[in-house]
Design a protein around this ligand. Sequence first.
Ligand code: CA
Ligand code: CA
Length: 146
Amino acid sequence: MAVEGFLSDSEEQAVVEAITAAELKTSGEIRLHVENRCKGDAIERVKKVFSELGMYNTKDRNAVLIYIALLDHKLVVWGDEGIHTQVGQHFWDSEVAAILNAFKNKRFKEGLVDLILHIGEKLSSLFPHQKDDIDELDNSISKNDN
Ligand code: CA
Ligand code: CA
């Protein structure tokens, strides 16, 4: 399955709403990037996308990117150093396992929404929402039809 046809408009809307809801409780930021191909190393690619989306530019270095290359079946959840140093690799591994399980059952929107809300809960415990928080990164889904 390619980017085109992955999520319906209403499913995309549900994902964006989940990001918006998650960010109401934290200063952290969550983004989803979906593309077709990732031929090389997925970690190298996710770092590049993270940078291209300006995701290192948060005050507390607490942005999280959900990266999916649909046709090459790669999925990475990448947190900036502010969150990564606090949650460790185990957190990401268990979250990835959960979403892959949902994807296996073709529950794409549900898997993404659950993942986003879980990350949001974790972010809110480590980086509670502050009065002066701003939306540092757009909540829209980033797509690349490569
Ligand atoms: Ca924010
Ligand atoms: Ca945001």
